[in-house]
Design a protein. Structure first.
Length: 308
């Protein structure tokens, strides 16, 4: 789409019923016209799957914007002044070579969902802890080797994926995330389940597939009081703990589970040994693993594009 066509879309929005949604995804846009700043009434702006190298600073003049999606472009930075978008509740910029997240991200006090998967991040700014209303955070496929202590300030966080990074430990205050329900740390280099997870009173689903975990402690499993789903496939486990109390789903690909578990522990569980049952461990569509792996398409631009 050429510049004139983009400008026409903007003008049509201005001169028509002034829709609160503007979808400019999949248009091969390399430069966004500065005229975009005229759309002060916009609440949702979708710019996924284009060729943007740098979003115009004028975006920050869209003071009513609640949702901004920038997935699958060529962005090396987020819009300068993005912290001025005080009403923003949804920001997705996955699949861009960002490298860093500006400290002003902490000014987005109404942000509820932040998706930054596959953005070449090596660290997170301390200001991430200022996102007091954040509920979902996607950081899959980055180069994070540590997390700032301030991540523990995200007391409303319910859903967090840190899959495919370089983490081998978590900050001790991580256990203060009392509302965290779903945690995915697949594809890291953990050698054990971090002790701080036992403080996560709301944690129901924990996935640590493809790490370097060798041992599981009974007290650790029992300490995860509300946990019902646990995925430890593709680790180096040589034994299993005796107590799986409360777990509905256990996925361990390199241990032979058998029916003796439920009879000896008097527990109610579904034993799922992917390797020994010959199931496809790479499939996230199997009914018995859907809840555990949870489709991260929520940060996919195609899902977001339900506007006109």
């Amino acid at each position: 789409m050429g510049d004139q066509e983009v400008i026409k879309c903007i003008n049509d929005n201005l001169n028509g019923k002034q829709s609160e949604v503007l979808n400019l995804s999949h248009r091969e846009i390399a430069i966004l016209p500065s005229d975009i700043q005229k759309l002060g009434h916009l609440k949702r702006l979708l710019l996924n799957d284009n060729k943007l190298l740098m979003p115009p600073q004028e975006l920050v003049n869209l003071s009513n914007l609640e949702e901004l999606t920038l997935d699958s472009n060529q962005l090396t930075m987020l819009p300068s002044g993005i912290g001025q978008l005080h009403l923003l509740s949804y920001l997705s910029a996955s699949h861009n070579p960002l490298g860093v997240i500006p400290s002003e991200i902490g000014d987005l006090h109404n942000l509820k969902q932040l998706w930054l998967s596959d953005t070449q991040l090596v660290s997170l700014p301390q200001e991430i802890g200022l996102l007091k209303h954040l509920e979902k955070l996607g950081l899959r496929n980055n180069e994070l080797s540590f997390l700032p202590d301030e991540i523990s300030h995200l007391h409303t966080l319910q859903w967090l994926t840190l899959a495919d990074n370089r983490l081998q430990d978590l900050p001790k205050p991580f256990g203060k995330l009392n509302n965290l329900v779903y945690l995915n740390m697949d594809g890291n280099i953990f050698e054990s389940i971090p002790l701080c997870l036992t403080d996560l009173d709301s944690l129901i689903s924990l996935s640590m597939r493809n790490n370097k975990i060798k041992d599981l402690d009974d007290d650790m499993i029992l300490g995860l009081s509300r946990l019902t789903k646990l995925d430890l496939r593709e680790n180096a486990l040589v034994d299993r703990p005796e107590h799986w109390k409360g777990l509905d789903y256990i996925l361990i690909g390199d241990i032979a589970l058998d029916s003796s578990i439920s009879s000896t522990t008097s527990l109610s569980l579904q034993e799922l040994s992917q390797l020994h049952n010959g199931l496809d461990t790479d499939s996230e569509s199997a009914s018995d693993t859907e809840d555990l792996t949870e489709n991260e398409g929520q940060n996919n631009g195609d899902v977001a594009e339900h506007g006109n």
